[in-house]
Design a protein around this ligand. Sequence first.
Ligand code: DC
Length: 233
Amino acid sequence: MKKLIIAVDGHSSCGKSTLAKDIANYFNYKYIDTGAMYRAVTLYVIENNLLKDGKIDENTLKKDLEAGKIQIDFKYNPELKKSETLLNDKNIENKIRGIEVSNLVSPVAVIPFVRKKLVDLQREMGKEGGIVMDGRDIGTNVFPDADLKIFLTADAEVRAKRRYDELKNKGEDVSLQEIVKNIKERDYIDSHRKTNPLIQAEDAVLLDNTNLTMTEQAKIAIKLAENKCKEEQ
Ligand code: DC
């Protein structure tokens, strides 16, 4: 059976990674969280003091990227049964989910040379198929010929509440208001940037999960993928 390339794009914090992981587990495909890759570069910026007076030192960032000083990998953690993000061999999975990285990631993700580098890497990772990749520009730019494209969305307030509960559970001291603001800002920046903005691909299936459980959304997506597999046979 053909191994599909499945693109899951959509707004911040609407459950893209949960959905993408559920599809990948069902079909035994690889799962790539491309947001984690932009977050890893953002953490590099923070940890290497490349943010000065609110401005990113793009020259140094470009040099470091080109010199191979920013190596991003994913490693499966069998205990947690999930894949974790590594930056230069260090596990950064928790650090990249915090509010500090979340607040800076959109400005980092608009930088064209950062996008080019990460998109090249993503194409390489997915070229054999059998992959579910989630992000913002997977169906429009990374894999415009993906076999199945899903565009996931949900109300901003509902997304903020879900994210708030998640961060609170991890013990982070955050306010719901701050998260609503962060999500709305990210939606705006992601949809209005010049390079590969977040837009629904013409041939993507729109899935709004405001009133769906994670299980319900997974069922819908798996059905869509199964139909694609049948079409390809
Ligand atoms: O999916 P996420 O929230 O972890 O993504 C973090 C940021 O990275 C988000 O603000 C937009 C950006 N991003 C992007 O521009 N392109 C992608 N393919 C994935 C994420």
